[in-house]
Design a protein around this ligand. Sequence first.
Ligand SMILES: *Cc1c(COP(=O)(O)O)cnc(C)c1O
Length: 391
Amino acid sequence: MNPLYDAIMPVAVRPDIVFTSGSGSWLTDSHGRQYLDFVQGWAVNGLGHCHPAIVSALQQQCATLINPSPAFYNQPMLELASLLTQNSPFDHVFFTNSGAEANEGAIKLARKWGALQREGAYKIITFDNGFHGRTLATMSASGKAGWEQLFEPKVPGFIKVPFNDIEAVKQAIDSQTVAIMLEPVQGEAGVIPAAQSFVEQLRALTHQHNLLLIFDEVQTGMGRLGSLLACQQYGVEPDILTLGKGIGGGVPLAALLAKKTASCFEPGDQGGTYNGNPLCCAAGLAVLKTVLEPGFLPQVIASGDYLTNGLTTLSSRYGLGEVRGRGLLLALNTASIDARQLVAAALEQGLLINAPRPETLRFMPALTVTRHEIDRMLAILDQVIGSCTKP
Ligand SMILES: *Cc1c(COP(=O)(O)O)cnc(C)c1O
C-alpha cells in the first residue's frame, strides 16, 4: 500500500489505485493501466474527462480572473445565470460549490418564504431513501438508511414519507408544512423514477395547499436524462430547483434556481466565499453551451436506449432483474448476485461501475459515451457476470 494514503482521513473505502489522467470515457492510473469509466465521478463529468471545451474555458479563465470576490459581479457568473434562466422556467440563480450547499439554500429559501408568506410554516416533506447531501440539514432531509442515528440531533422539520405514495404525502401535510422536496429520479436509492402521475399530483397538491415544490436535480439535471432538466420531461414546473454534479463538468459548481414568486432572499441571507466564482462558472458555461448544442440531447437519449437494450439482453441471458432509469442514468437489478461483488470484479477487468445498493448496478457514463465504449462495457460486464454466476 502507498504510505501517502495514511494522511487521508478515512471517510471512504478506496481501492489501491491512484488515477493520474483522464480523457473522455477513459482513466489512467499511476501504473499506466486504463479503465473504462461508467461512473464519471458519480455523474459529474457529463462531457467525460478533460473535455476540450472545459479545459480551454478553464485555461482561459484562470489566466484572466480567478476570483474578484462574491461581493461583485463577474462575466462568467452573469452569462451562465442568464443562459440557465433562458433555458428553464426559473428567474433567479444562486451559484454554490456543491449540491448539498445548493440544497441547503433551497431549504433556507423555503423557510424564508414560509416566514414571509405562510406565518412561519417551515416543515418540508421529503422521501424515504432520498438523498440530498451531507451537510447536517441535507442529511436530515435525506431518507438514507443507516443515517437515522448519525450525528444526532438532526435538524428538525423534515417529514419523511414513502416515495411515489401520494396518499402518504397528503396525510403528512399540516398547517406548518411549507414545501415538498424530491429527486425526480432517486439516484442513490438505486435509480428509482418518480411516477409521472405522482409528480403531477404533487404539483396539484402544492398549488392547492400553497406549498413550494422543490426538485433536487443535482444528479438528474444538465442533460443526464436526455433533457436539460428532468422536470421538462415530466412537464412540471417546480418553484425551486437545484443543480450540481454535471453542471460543473468536474469542477465544484452547483446552483439554486428559483421562480420569482419563490425567490425571497434579501441581501445578507445567503452567500459564501467562492459562490459564483468566475473560474468554476466558466467551466459551467462551457458545459451548458455544449449540452445545448443541437443534437447533443437527442444523442443522450439514443445512447441511453442503446445501453438499455444491451443491459436488457444481459439481464435475460443471466436471469437478472429489471433495467430502469432514463437517458444515461440507468440501473440493472442483479437479482441474487451481489452487485458489489460485480463492481469489484469489473474493476479487476478495468471497468468502473457503481452499486448504490447490494442488488443494483448503476451506470452514469459520460453523456458523450460512444457506442463502441458501450459495447466494450457490456462485453466486460457479460464476462464478469458470467464468472460470478459459475458454481
Ligand atoms: C450527489 C447529490 C447531492 C449532493 O451533492 P454534493 O455535491 O455531493 O454535495 C444532492 N442531491 C442529489 C440528488 C445527489 O445525487
